[in-house]
Ligand binder design. Sequence first.
Ligand SMILES: Nc1nc2c([nH]c(=O)n2[C@H]2C[C@H](O)[C@@H](COP(=O)(O)OP(=O)(O)OP(=O)(O)O)O2)c(=O)[nH]1
Length: 162
Amino acid sequence: MTGLIQVVGGAVVDTLANPGALLVARRSAPEHLAGLWEFPGGKVEPGEAPKAALVRELAEELGIGVRLGAELPAETPAGWPLNDRASMRVWFAEVASGEPAPLEDHDELRWIRLEDHAAVLGLPWIPADYPIVHALLDSVSALVPQSLVQDRPAGGANAKTG
Ligand SMILES: Nc1nc2c([nH]c(=O)n2[C@H]2C[C@H](O)[C@@H](COP(=O)(O)OP(=O)(O)OP(=O)(O)O)O2)c(=O)[nH]1
């Protein structure tokens, strides 16, 4: 018997290649979560693959088609613990079709700049999401040097071209 509820969430960014902004969603229900921000997504249905569930949830909730990118690595295969019974796996995603709108479960959507860590962390998230948000910010910050290094010779800071 496994009582685990598998939840999937989307870290929807402006572009997967160079993420600068994250789409966050404010829950309108249930009452104890209303007003808190989250990664749009939801529960995987029986027999459904997690990534398919995420694509379905983002279409239902936001009216968008998405391209999924990498998964935000978590410590367990079930992802990030939300409570005793539920864990969430999170994938980066970008909008492939449609315009995000709060069609279901949310009353507001917002694009927030990822470089402004204080603003991102200052939102009232669902409490279980804070470790995920921290990991996401770390992961995106780590992307910047990698992309800057791409055109540089492999020799680091001492490598000179002239
Ligand atoms: N989608 C989402 N759910 C989260 C996050 N953080 C968090 O603790 N949760 C919790 C809230 C809910 O108890 C559960 C997800 O349930 P849900 O209500 O979004 O799932 P669903 O769309 O499939 O809805 P339903 O069929 O149960 O009505 O996970 C998050 O960032 N995103």
